[in-house]
Design a protein around this ligand. Sequence first.
Ligand code: MCA
Ligand code: AMP
Length: 494
Amino acid sequence: MSGDWFSGFDLRQDRTALIDEGRALDYGELARRCRAQAIALLGDRNDLDEERIGLLLPAGADYVTGLHGIWLAGGIAVPLSPSVTGAELDHYLSTAGITRLLTGPDVSNSVRAACQERSVALIAPSNNHAPGDSALPELGLERRAMILFTSGTTSRPKGVVIARRAIQAQVTTLMQAWEWSAEDVIPCFLPLHHIHGIINVLSCALWSGAQVHMMPRLEVGRLCEEVAAGAYSVFMAVPTVYVKLLEHFSNLDSAMAGRVKAGFARMRLNVSGSAACPVELFKRWEAATGQVLLERYGMTEIGMALSNPYRGERRAGHVGSPLPGVEVALFDEQNQPVTATGMPGEIRIKGATVFREYWGNPEATAASFHDGWFCSGDVAVIEDGYFRIMGRSSIDIIKSGGYKLSALEIEGVLLDHPLIREVAVIGLPDATWGELVAAVVVLQPGASLELETLRAWCADRLSPYKVPRALHVTEALPRNAMGKVTKPELRKLC
Ligand code: MCA
Ligand code: AMP
């Protein structure tokens, strides 16, 4: 993989790869910096031998050279959320056995403390020296390259291990299906600790020789000005971003709104994914911009699996059909393939794009596969060859603004609150965020608790997007005969 990727960087030399804070970086310079970073990481070693190196940097050139530097030196990159709290970081450091954290000078005290506690060295990007002709290791496709933490049906996030072969397969299937080319220009504002930002946006673009405009966070106003100026040809986002853009259009004067919409109309592709795109949103986006959103379906463990066609009918409310090289089928609860049209089944996936394992968790890895198929936990039907997602098999997974959150993880944290005796966390439907985190709590006798007090208490324990947005205090949680909280009933309370 490194051969393909970096020879690609070298071949393109003078073409712009990245725009970072208004500065252009060409592929030749990017390749040089990646090698310099790899050599700095290697020190006097020949190969990092899958050393886990955390990456805690905003979207920018240092992030890209850090990621590729780790890959070139034979390490495993562990990209982390810039909003990570000390407690969350401690779990990532210990689970993945991270030894060094590549980060900037303005790292928070809680991150410093968590690293100190685990003897993890904080290192700064080092990519400005001439790399010379020092040798980099020869790396095969089976080498593990990345660990991404994902929340699920367990209380703490699991580390999804992705080997070079899977990265290559994930990137190349999308390049083929969505017809990426070196002429493309894309903004990169999605977080760079998830597949959507890392693979679909950044890696597909760089592998194709395209141009990426790095944005540490979504700034809708600035983005729209650039869109109006015709900066981009491809746009990828979660449904929440399209909702926010439509809201923004309605606040612009009509001339500017017209220019922004025309900017979107001129692009060759607008993609939506990471969470269900409501049919209503699909239609509103088409009415505003003329763009028919291409909705696709993926998961941290498998990259992208299903996509509406680039050429052909893109069907609202559907996620399309299997991508090239990805096998996808529906199975019933007896593990039998579902063959009848319109019958629901669990989406299962096979192919080179699938992850290797959950780091250090063979039980969870084994439990997530059946007969070689990865079991997604998502339920779908197939209609005229188009998959339609019906829901998830677990009520404990919440999708908020494209982030996958574990109700159990949030409950575990809230239970430490001194006034909370029992808690159940659920996702409430929300037009902007898809789902919003809501906590239903039973308090200690005589206690009272306000949402804002709880949110403030959560601030240094949970990333902002996991913090409950709604709080409901109740006398007792509804439970079934087995004593298990019946979460569907809770929705009626909120
Ligand atoms: C921000 N906030 C959120 C979320 N994001 N609350 C709940 N859910 C969220 N997702 C909070 C902020 O902390 C803040 O809280 C308030 O909302 C407003 O923040 P704002 O600045 O307006 O939000 P934003 O910065 O514009 O973020 C919205 C966002 C972001 C751009 C949609 O959530 C985002 O980047 N989501 C994408 C996640 C993603 O890439 N997922 C892919 C994983 P307060 O007011 O209290 O300060 S899934 C994946 O990779 C698979 C493979 C796939 O299929 O793609
Ligand atoms: P993550 O593990 O964070 O990558 O999230 C993957 C999950 O996001 C999948 O298992 C689905 O539940 C959900 N997802 C991704 N894309 C879509 C989509 N287009 N429609 C509905 N759900 C989606």
